[in-house]
Design a protein around this ligand. Structure first.
Ligand code: FPP
Length: 242
């Protein structure tokens, strides 16, 4: 299908899966003398803009780190502001049912209030047949938590006698992760001048190209994404070969 916008690199070179760490919201707000929650509100706007742009240029899988297993340590007011942004998004996303976009929630949903749990489950169910793009929201997500869950799940199968230890492969482990239906991450983008992965998609990013930039997430624009894609296209991905 013709794309709504021309990507900055040839379509066949586009990453199949881009992961975004939405960092720098607090600093963006502080610079403007605003409460941190204003930074998250603006960050949620950026999220929607970048989702739109990714779809327009033909990216098939995108994942956003919206809330980590560690983010519960933040002040109650900040946590509840982020929860409210998610609530609003779950309402808003209903307007996009014509977009042929699947929404998957990666993370431990049991940590959320019943309305959010139910909202996440409903949107996953109602969009599961869409095929043009998959939008993944990582919420109450932590890679170690995810991998611990996978190990526990496989151990239970071994204990039940349905899985032999020698049949545990990289593929079996991939299939026990939240991302079981997704390709590995090709490009991981972290704005805001921090150079770490912060427990995000550690297994899935084993061969991802990492891209860091100084822009704070609320200011991150399609131009910044273009710059990341151009840098990505210039990298020589060898996957351990020569
Ligand atoms: C990190 O910036 C950002 C978060 C912990 C939350 C990100 C969440 C959103 C942008 C809203 C999600 C909502 C939807 C609808 C997806 P930070 O607060 O750590 O920034 P700082 O490092 O400058 O303090």
């Amino acid at each position: 299908m013709a794309k709504a916008k021309q990507p900055p690199i040839p379509a066949e070179m586009l990453p199949k899966h881009i992961a975004f760490i939405m960092d720098g919201n607090g600093r963006w707000a502080k610079k403007r003398g605003l409460p941190r929650t204003a930074g998250h509100t603006e960050g949620a706007r950026t999220f929607k803009k970048i989702v739109r742009y990714c779809k327009d240029i033909g990216i098939e899988n995108i994942t956003f780190y919206a809330f980590s297993t560690e983010n519960w340590k933040r002040p109650d007011e900040e946590v509840s502001a982020i929860m409210n942004l998610m609530r609003e998004y779950l309402v808003e996303v209903r307007r996009y049912m014509t977009e042929n976009t699947r929404l998957i929630v990666l993370g431990d949903k049991s940590g959320f209030s019943p309305d959010l749990r139910q909202g996440f489950a409903a949107i996953e169910e109602d969009t599961k047949h869409f095929t043009e793009m998959t939008l993944n929201l990582a919420v109450n997500y932590g890679a170690r938590h995810e991998m611990t869950g996978a190990v526990r799940q496989l151990a239970q199968q071994v204990q039940a006698g349905t899985l032999a230890p020698e049949d545990i492969t990289e593929d079996t482990i991939s299939q026990a992760l939240y991302t079981k239906e997704l390709p590995d991450v090709d490009l991981m983008i972290r704005p805001s001048g921090e150079y770490r992965l912060s427990n995000f998609l550690l297994w899935q990013s084993a061969y991802a190209e990492l891209y860091f930039c100084d822009t704070l997430w609320p200011d991150f624009s399609p131009k910044d994404l273009d710059a990341a894609l151009i840098a990505y296209a210039q990298r020589n991905r060898r996957f351990g070969g020569v």
